[in-house]
Design a protein around this ligand. Structure first.
Ligand SMILES: [Zn+2]
Ligand SMILES: [Zn+2]
Length: 341
């Protein structure tokens, strides 16, 4: 006995988002073989047309678009005993709404350019790459020896929001030292190539009793001056003066008088190194007064001779006037000194 087809489960209306497919199914009974033909209507069921190839119990639509919204579907089921038409099912296609994920930044190595990609979380084939603006700012300035760091800031306006990303690049070259007189004017670093030396007054000589102080000049900067050493020992600063140009140390005569006759070493110690030399202290001349005399040198010579022979009575008449002459000269010098005060 043949039975005409009946539909035990009707197709149901489907709601999808554009880009998806929709699936319609009928469940039937009836004498095999059964044939199926799905139909669609875009005019509210006025006109139905067969869908090519839609000849199974299940029909899967093509990828949907919003144009397909409202399309109706039904299935005609047939066998040798007759045919039946299913209920109508309606397709609703909702517009796809992008849900953008977090930006994915792609920096160039040097930080100067950057791109960004937004991917739709509802459909990863939806990607947007809006234009990025890159600005830069110094994060850490370069020093004499260390490279500085630049912060690059990428900014993008997308979907009503501002997104930023940063990249740090150590791309500011170190400035190198600015040495002046052996010292860096920026960081205070000492120039390893700088050689401290006495540029004036090296190997000086000082005679005891001299009123002239003894000066030495080091090529080190005055600002870098630390101390003076004589014969390897620190000299109290009350014993010398120090002034600029580059570094001029003047030993006071009162101190020089305390040094034994002979050779001594002098060191001007600065931040930038030690300048060393030697100097000699020589004994006072015995005839200081004669030396200073502007009078007839021949007379002085004879005085020395005469004085050397003091004690020889026969010479006394010559000697006395000579002594008087010496005394008068000494008095004159004394008067001269007083007048300077
Ligand atoms: Zn999307
Ligand atoms: Zn420096």
């Amino acid at each position: 006995m043949k039975c005409a087809p009946t539909i035990t489960t009707q197709p149901t209306s489907q709601t999808v988002t554009e880009g998806e497919t929709a699936t319609f199914t009928v469940v039937t009974s009836g004498t095999e073989p059964l044939s199926y033909q799905w139909q669609q209507s875009t005019g509210s069921g006025q006109i139905w047309t067969d869908i090519d190839g839609a000849t199974d119990a299940t029909y899967i639509t093509a990828t949907t678009t919003t144009n397909m919204n409202g399309t109706q579907y039904r299935c005609v089921v047939s066998n040798s005993a007759g045919s039946v038409i299913s209920n109508v099912a309606t397709l609703t296609v909702n517009e796809h709404v992008h849900t953008w994920g977090n930006p994915v930044w792609n920096w160039s190595e040097d930080g100067k350019t950057c791109t960004v990609t937004f991917t739709c979380q509802n459909d990863e084939t939806h990607k947007e790459t809006p234009a990025v603006t890159v600005a830069s700012a110094v994060k850490t300035p370069a020093t004499c020896t260390e490279t500085g760091v630049t912060t690059y800031i990428a900014t993008v306006e997308f979907n009503g929001q501002t997104h930023t990303d940063t990249k740090e690049v150590a791309d500011i070259p170190a400035t190198g030292h600015s040495y002046e007189n052996g010292k860096c004017t920026v960081c205070g670093g000492i120039d390893p190539a700088f050689k401290s030396m006495i540029i004036e007054g090296a190997n000086g000589k000082w005679q005891k009793g001299s009123e002239d102080a003894l000066s030495f000049t080091s090529n080190a900067a005055f600002a870098d001056f630390l101390k003076v050493q004589i014969d390897g020992k620190d000299v109290d600063s009350s014993n010398y003066t120090v002034k600029e140009g580059s570094t001029i140390v003047t030993l006071k005569t009162s101190y020089l008088e305390t040094l034994p006759v002979g050779k001594h070493t002098l060191a001007i110690v600065s931040d930038t190194g030690t300048a060393e030399t030697e100097f000699t202290v020589v004994a006072a001349e015995k005839q200081v007064v004669d030396d200073e005399s502007a009078n007839d040198k021949a007379a002085s010579d004879s005085d020395k001779e005469s004085l050397a022979k003091t004690g020889d009575g026969s010479m006394l008449p010559i000697t006395v006037p000579s002594i008087l002459a010496v005394v008068s000269i000494a008095t004159g010098v004394f008067a001269l000194r007083r007048s300077r005060i």
